[in-house]
Ligand binder design. Structure first.
Ligand SMILES: [Zn+2]
Length: 704
């Protein structure tokens, strides 16, 4: 391998039109962060850059549908994404965004240089245009009747019912999904990057030059090249994005896959004035961490752009991962079949490392892998708690009981084979973990660390230091026995210190806790310290034991499973997939138990709950979910607007009794002032049921 002086590590820019889910984390950000933390511990010169990808058609469409500006969409999700990364300990040196000025300038200049060098082909083509929405339409945004099966909602590129691959021209009665207008053809001019001109170079650089790349990556690249490359349009008709820096390019922006990878360069520029060292010097090692859906962009298109532009280093490796599925089915944003990182962080506070651990242990390195909540619980309880955490805890408990809370001496004269074997294991672990990490085999590396802690447990079990102390005084029964106890705890503590160093790239929060227990500073994390058994000085007093991990209970897991099922039942799209059906057939056995935080009685007593009788009910105009109710509270009649219209017909509510929050501040809904709130319960299928007294009673009766 080449002798590199510095590293530049990039992680795929997340698209700012939705939050992060665990598939993103396992595929890209956890492996990238482990690698970077490991290299930092080795004192390498390394920069870790990322940012939000904030351009492209889906963002403008989402903005149009929600009636907000694209900037509002990206501001919202950039905030959520950035926050999730920070809380999960993803240690970017910079997390930027492509709507920043420096990025617009950098991407425009990159394009302009290629344009000036005559590297684009200008082509005029006809494309579908929505005259109502005043925008060109990507194929996905045209729907119509499938000529094959008659499905009325086939997309311009594919019919999802019969699977036929289509073009918009084939659709019967085509219409725009944006405005329902009939799309018309319009001429438009774009700049194409002739990728076919780079095939020869790509074969040499990639196919011959990077045989060491992961099989899944190398294979996909090779098949792209074998099929032949086509010129690809690098501009789009849109008002949202980096403006094409040419005089005759009004209403045109750079293609999002042209501008997004340049975001890595812009982010490095924002990070350091020495950015050119990382992008232009041949002794920089550039590594892109991505998911498999981005392979062609990072291995073929972006390198060809860099090569065409000139002056930049090329990626030395692109260790892309496959996909992480969820409970046996593909993660789907539209069906809400996902575990969202920001929700996990709320549901499992303090368990950031547990998710990092489970995602690293199940990382889809060579093929798609599966996340299940049961496996999450098992790995936490039987690996983190019972193996790693247990070893560290036993060591600290015994050290406090048998060695006065201080690091005991190592007595060379009574070292035996079991001790020597453990020392060898500690020494070997370093190179095992290191070799795996250098080859981007993160699961293997993590397994080695856990395995070392397993060996620690076995060592304690064989040594049984507690038997060498008399049970009542907890003191060694003889000088010889004290020496044996000392050696055992000395080595167990040195092993603990080693585990902190080795686990640090994977579980940084846990490693920090271990440093705290050992009362040592961050400097101990230096990778050079790994494999050594003199990390903690003899006589040094350490803190009292604290548990590193907590057990995760069955109830917490069933809450998550039920939540996932309930989410996916809410109508998000039209498709009724296999997964949806199996869930509907399953019984909801356990209750959803998402308890709010505790309140005191006085908080409850502030509520004025009354029984009311519904006198009249009608639908609220232009609001599908709202009903306007007249409710008799005995002492007065109230107008209450309630979001129950999807569950009850107005006429079936007349004379029904309900429980009303009578002292809720009035608020306006669709222009009607609502004076109170009606209580109802939601069952597992999302259906609402009114809460009422079991017999008719006087309206106005108080409820407590
Ligand atoms: Zn069809």
């Amino acid at each position: 391998m080449k002798d590199f002086k510095r590293y530049l590590v990039t992680a795929a820019l997340p698209y700012a039109n939705g939050p992060l889910h665990i598939g993103h984390m396992a595929g890209v950000y956890i492996p990238a962060d482990i690698y970077v933390r490991y290299k930092r511990a080795r004192k390498e010169d390394i920069k870790f850059v990322c940012g939000s990808d904030e351009h492209g058609v889906p963002i403008t469409i989402r903005a149009m549908k929600e009636g907000v500006s694209p900037q509002q969409i990206v501001d919202k999700y950039h905030g959520i994404i950035k926050d999730s990364f920070e809380q999960m300990g993803i240690s970017f040196d910079i997390y930027s965004r492509t709507s920043n000025k420096v990025h617009h300038e950098t991407a425009a200049a990159f394009f302009k240089k290629m344009y000036d060098d005559g590297l684009f082909e200008e082509k005029e083509t006809e494309q579908f245009y929505d005259e109502k929405a005043k925008t060109f339409l990507a194929d996905r945004y045209i729907v119509g009747t499938c000529p094959v099966c008659g499905n009325e909602n086939a997309y311009g590129d594919q019919c999802e019912k019969c699977g036929s691959s289509l073009s918009p021209e084939q659709l019967i009665n085509p219409r725009s999904t944006l405005s329902d207008a009939v799309p018309v053809k319009r001429k438009t001019k774009h700049w194409y990057f002739p990728l076919n001109n780079y095939e020869g170079w790509l074969n040499e650089w990639l196919v011959e030059g990077h045989v060491e790349w992961k099989n899944n990556v190398y294979g996909q690249c090779k098949s792209w090249l074998d099929n032949g490359l086509q010129p690809r349009a690098m501009t789009r008709d849109s008002s949202w994005g980096v403006k094409v820096p040419l005089p005759d390019a009004e209403g045109k922006v750079l293609y999002v896959w042209f501008d997004a990878p340049i975001g890595y360069i812009s982010a490095t520029k924002e990070l350091t004035n020495d950015w050119a060292d990382y992008w232009c010097k041949e002794d920089t090692r550039l590594i892109h961490f991505i998911g498999k859906d981005n392979i062609v962009f990072h291995c073929i298109i972006f390198p060809s752009m860099l090569k065409a532009h000139g002056g930049f280093v090329l990626p030395d490796n692109v260790p892309a991962n496959e996909f992480l599925n969820l409970e046996g089915d593909k993660v789907s944003t539209s069906r809400n079949w996902a575990v969202w990182v920001h929700e996990y962080l709320k549901d499992f506070p303090g368990c950031e490392d547990v998710l990092r651990y489970v995602l690293a242990a199940n990382m889809p390195e060579t093929k798609d892998n599966d996340f299940t909540w049961k496996d999450f619980q098992d790995r936490n309880n039987s690996e983190l708690v019972s193996i790693f955490g247990n070893f560290v805890n036993r060591t600290f408990v015994l050290m406090h009981k048998l060695c006065n809370g201080k690091v005991p001496k190592l007595h060379e004269d009574v070292l035996d084979d079991i001790d020597r074997n453990l020392i060898k294991e500690i020494e070997n672990a370093k190179s095992k973990v290191e070799n795996s990490l250098e080859e981007f085999k993160f699961r293997e590396a993590l397994f080695e660390v856990i395995d070392l802690s397993r060996k620690g447990n076995k060592y304690l079990q064989e040594k049984e230091p507690w038997k060498k102390a008399s049970s009542d005084k907890l003191q060694a029964t003889s000088e010889e026995n004290q020496k044996l106890v000392d050696n055992c705890l000395h080595l167990s503590l040195q092993l603990t210190a080693n585990l902190a160093i080795l686990i640090n790239p994977f579980l940084p929060f846990t490693a920090k806790k271990m440093l705290h227990l050992m009362k040592v500073v961050d400097k101990m994390f230096d990778w050079d310290n790994a494999g050594k058994i003199k990390l903690l000085s003899v006589g040094y007093s350490l803190r009292a034991p604290e548990l590193l991990f907590r057990k995760i209970e069955d109830a917490e897991i069933s809450v998550q499973v039920e939540k996932l099922k309930a989410n996916s039942l809410k109508p998000q799209g039209t498709s009724d997939t296999k997964q949806d059906k199996t869930i509907k057939m399953e019984e909801n056995k356990s209750e959803i138990r998402n308890l709010k935080s505790e309140i005191v009685y006085d908080d409850f007593a502030k509520l004025d709950l009354r029984v009311g009788t519904i006198l009249a009910a009608e639908k609220v105009e232009k609001a599908d979910k709202l009903l306007k109710l007249e409710v008799d509270l005995g002492f007065e009649k109230r107008t209450i607007v309630s979001g129950i219209a999807l569950h009850f017909k107005p006429e079936e509510l007349i004379n029904k009794q309900v429980v009303v929050v009578a002292n809720l501040a009035p608020r306006k809904l669709k222009g009607i002032e609502s004076n109170g709130m009606i209580l109802s319960a939601e069952d597992a299928n999302g259906k609402l049921h009114l809460i009422n007294p079991e017999n008719m009673i006087n309206p106005g009766s108080s409820v407590s």
